[in-house]
Design a protein around this ligand. Sequence first.
Ligand SMILES: [Zn+2]
Length: 100
Amino acid sequence: MKPRRKIGELACPCCGRVQPLTEQANGFAMLVCSWCSVKLQAYGQESDALLRKKAGISTEQEKSAEPAPAGTPAPIRKPNPANPPAGSGFLAELAKALAE
Ligand SMILES: [Zn+2]
C-alpha cells in the first residue's frame, strides 16, 4: 500500500492536538489522530475543500505540489570591492616577488 501523502496539519476536532492532514489514494483529504484514534475522512469535493481550507491549504496551490516561494528571487552576487580580482593585490604582488 502506498503511503499517504502529507498535505498539511490540522488540529484534531476531537482532542485538539495538531495532526498531519494526508491525502488518500482517491485524492481527498483525511486526518487520522494518533492521540485519540479518531478518523476524519473526506468523501467528496466539498468536505475535501473544507478540510484543506481548515488546514490553511489553498486548493489551487495544492495541485502544483511544491510551489516556489514567491517574491524571493535568487540574490545576484555583486563584485566585492574588498576582494580584488585575480591578477592584482597582495597575492599577485607576492607571486611576482617570489618569481624574481
Ligand atoms: Zn484527536
